[in-house]
Design a protein around this ligand. Structure first.
Ligand code: SAM
Length: 282
């Protein structure tokens, strides 16, 4: 039986509009991790690739470009609204070799013959990761390649925890911090646990590479950049529901809280991730 994904799906359905609206700003930071992860996949022209937890479709469109007209990309996500956003992006990019589908990988593999599977920050939310990674392995042909990036430990990612904690009280957001290994942005931060999940799921040649970057918030655009962080993240729903004055107080409280991170014409908050690549045994 598949795990109950209803809460997870509901969370992402509600965040999809903000992700689509803010995706170019998000890409500026996510690319620091997503590009090395995609390069590690070694995609070739003509490959068939699946993009897991594709969100509004940025990486799926880039994969479609890399595999070229002889290849094919399937972008999958549990959220219908994210998939609608990915379809709009694919349409604008005229990516006719890209198909976008709603799919729950915990319920079963999507197909059995992809050359490669990719994910940019889309595989940390599985309630039953053992089953999900086994289904990813089963979606690949024997020798098929997998690569992804996932966040490192929460304490190494002030870009997320400082704004979230600084604004949660002002917004009255009900935050439940997941325990170690529980579904959430930091669930795969422990490389040993992630390696053993992958090995048990049917992967070998597992390579883990730390990637460190930082999220820069500029003084000139501080209001808008902090707003982006709040809209797309864990306090997003509370931010959406707050009145204008409360939203501004939340933004101001974040700007106060990031002061220790000041660096030149703005603030620089560290972001720590790992890029993980592997090959399917099956
Ligand atoms: C942090 S966002 C990343 C989106 C996109 N990969 C990007 O980098 O722009 C995580 C995405 O994973 C999706 N997701 C969460 N749980 C999932 C699951 N069980 N199966 C498929 N997608 C899932 C969410 O709907 C969301 O679009």
């Amino acid at each position: 039986m598949a795990a109950d994904l209803s809460d997870e799906r509901a969370f992402w359905e509600k965040r999809a509009a903000a992700w689509e609206r803010r995706i170019e700003a998000l890409n500026l930071f996510s690319d620091d991790y997503g590009v090395p992860a995609m390069d590690a996949l070694g995609v070739r022209a003509g490959d068939r690739v699946v993009d897991i937890g594709c969100g509004p479709g940025t990486t799926a469109v880039e994969l479609a470009r890399r595999v070229g007209p002889a290849g094919e990309v399937v972008a999958l996500d549990i959220s219908e609204a994210m998939i609608d956003a990915a379809r709009r992006r694919a349409g604008r990019a005229e990516a006719t070799n890209l198909r976008c589908v709603v799919h729950d990988l915990e319920a079963g593999p999507i197909e059995e013959s992809f050359d490669a599977a990719f994910s940019r920050f889309g595989v940390m939310f599985f309630p039953a990761p053992e089953r999900a990674f086994a289904n990813i392995a089963r979606s690949l042909r024997p020798g098929g390649r997998f690569s992804c990036c996932v966040w490192g430990p929460v304490g190494d990612n002030p870009w997320m925890f400082v704004p979230t904690l600084a604004s949660a009280g002002v917004l009255g957001a009900n935050l439940t911090l997941p325990g170690p290994g529980e579904p959430g942005p930091f669930s795969l931060a422990d490389p040993d646990r992630f390696e053993s999940l992958l090995a048990n799921a049917g992967f070998n040649n597992i390579v883990v590479t730390p990637v460190n970057s930082s999220r820069v918030i500029t003084t000139a655009h501080a209001n808008d950049e902090v707003r982006t962080l709040l809209e797309v993240g864990p306090v997003g729903e509370a931010f959406d529901g707050a009145d204008g004055a409360t939203r501004q107080r939340a933004i101001d409280s974040v700007i106060d809280a990031i002061e220790p991170f000041r660096d030149g014409e703005g603030w620089r908050l560290a972001g720590s991730a790992i890029v993980v690549s592997a090959t399917s045994n099956a």
